[in-house]
Design a protein around this ligand. Structure first.
Ligand SMILES: Nc1ncnc2c1ncn2[C@@H]1O[C@H](COP(=O)(O)OP(=O)(O)O)[C@@H](O)[C@H]1O
Ligand SMILES: [Mg+2]
Length: 349
């Protein structure tokens, strides 16, 4: 497998088979037996098949796929809530599967936080009581606990609700509590399993914005599970797509949309607004001598935001600048139409 020196989490050759005789089934799966056949002939469930995934530090890695594709099973291997049938899980180079019970307890208290779809709050505790929960387990002193709890409640927009019982709050507010609880412990890794999937669409949108804002500041290593490609694109730096327990593609949102690995993924990407995913630098043409601004356009600009700029240019064509202000390409309305209309072949010339 390709290994990434900046990987925070490394998952290697991971198999997970559910059933009484799982280890004995790996050979069959290795020899190519399908999930369907394994279930029908041997009564075992193939949940994950030969997963290799390097998750980069301080970025958001999305795990996407249909229900039953293995997303929850995969993310739960990171903090060993599930033991693999075979394979390896490394965090910061440490072998999670080799940890003793006490090492694992420490690891879960200090290094990894989780946010769940059904919030998993303690109903008989207040907002503050829930947010403080992870800190209490860490054994933080009471002043620090109170201080951090207040700070995180405020940061997720719940100031004033400290003493409310969480069962009296709306779903969106409950999930803000879930997020504050996870962040309060200062863990570097945040696992979010369909954390926003149970919320109403408008509230989901607000939560995505909140997560993106927080991430800009906090730079956690986030593993974010969703079945929704739009959400994946909005939140992910990288998206790994699972089907029947296998990773069929792992790449940036732009790569997934421009070069879907197969028909299964193009089906997902068909309805996506490409103007809100693709950036000028990805679909621009080679520099043309004599093309000058203003106006100019930065390589990072989303196509949707570039359109009004390009429209004001002579011949509807502008130079593209990198972050240092160097001209690195040319972009035009024609190029934009091709990119929005399909443009599988497009890429920097
Ligand atoms: N404890 C379990 N016992 C047996 N099969 C399981 C268990 N947990 C999950 N599975 C099966 O493993 C596969 C992956 O499940 P899961 O990881 O929950 O998928 P997802 O989160 O993508 O919906 C499914 O076929 C599911 O039925
Ligand atoms: Mg799941």
């Amino acid at each position: 497998m390709m290994t990434d020196p900046d990987a925070k989490i490394r998952i290697g050759s991971l198999f997970k088979i559910f059933g009484p005789n799982a280890a004995a089934m790996t050979e069959r799966v290795g020899a190519g037996m399908s999930k369907e056949e394994l279930l029908e002939r041997h009564g075992h469930v193939l949940a994950l098949k030969n997963i290799d995934l390097d998750i980069p530090a301080r970025q958001v890695q999305v795990i996407m796929g249909l229900s039953g594709s293995g997303k929850s099973t995969l993310v739960r291997h990171v903090n060993r809530l599930i033991e693999p049938t075979s394979g390896e899980v490394l965090v910061d180079g440490d072998d999670v599967l080799g940890m003793s019970p006490s090492q694992l307890r420490e690891f879960r208290r200090f290094n990894v936080s989780m946010v769940f779809q059904r919030f998993a709050l303690l109903p008989h505790r207040t907002v503050a009581g829930n947010v403080a929960y992870g800190l209490r387990i860490q054994g933080a002193d009471r002043n620090e606990e109170a201080d951090r709890t207040r700070r995180w409640i405020e940061r997720v927009g719940l100031a004033g609700y400290e003493d409310y019982y969480t069962s009296h709050l709306s779903g969106g507010m409950q999930q803000r509590v879930g997020l504050a609880r996870a962040l309060a412990t200062d863990a570097e890794i945040l696992l979010m399993d369909e954390a926003f999937s149970a919320l109403d669409p408008l509230i989901r949108g607000d939560m995505r914005v909140l997560l993106r804002e927080l991430q800009r500041e906090l730079k956690k290593t986030v593993v974010f599970v969703t079945h929704d490609l739009e959400e994946a694109i909005e939140i992910g730096d990288r998206i790994a797509i699972l089907r029947d327990g296998e990773i069929v593609q792992n790449g940036t949102p732009q790569e997934i949309v421009l070069q879907p690995a197969d028909a299964y993924i193009s089906e997902f990407t068909r309805k996506i607004d490409r103007g809100r995913v693709l950036r000028v630098g990805t679909v621009m043409e080679a520099i043309r001598p004599g093309l000058e601004g203003p106006p100019v356009c930065s390589a990072d600009t989303l196509l949707a935001d570039a359109l009004p700029i390009v429209m004001t240019a002579p011949n509807e064509e502008v130079p593209v600048l990198d972050r240092q202000g160097n001209i690195v390409g040319a972009f035009s309305t024609v190029r934009m139409m091709v990119a929005l209309g399909g443009g599988r072949h497009l890429g920097p010339d």
